[in-house]
Unconditional design. Structure first.
Length: 119
């Protein structure tokens, strides 16, 4: 069982930056593939970014490529989402999630953190 807790959301102006963090419980964090998803009001949840257990390069939704960066620190059981050049359409509740591996379902989810991009 893995418990995930997201922090770092808030209100930011267009063009600004935020860094989200997601801390996981348990001793096997490095074995999980970690992802970030988001859900805007009235819309379905969508994929944002993901990273493998040993870190390395992440993969991204087209809408965030070049602006967002996913990373992880396995010693701290934490995955990050650095968000730059934020746009109003990035406003959503952001969730982190854990999967056993590439192509497998995300079985564990955090409670979400609100990101609002507005002037």
């Amino acid at each position: 069982q893995v418990q995930l807790v997201e922090t770092g959301g808030g209100l930011v102006q267009p063009g600004g930056s935020l860094r989200l963090s997601c801390e996981a419980s348990g001793r096997t964090f490095s074995t999980y593939r970690m992802g970030w998803f988001r859900q805007a009001p009235g819309k379905e949840r969508e994929f944002v970014a993901a990273i493998g257990g040993s870190a390395g390069r992440g993969n991204y939704a087209d809408s965030v490529k070049g602006r967002f960066t996913i990373s992880r620190d396995n010693a701290k059981n934490t995955v990050y989402l650095q968000m730059n050049s934020l746009k109003p359409e990035d406003t959503a509740v952001y969730y982190c999630a854990a999967a056993w591996g590439l192509g497998l379902p995300y079985n564990y989810w955090g409670q979400g953190t609100q990101v609002t991009v507005s002037s």
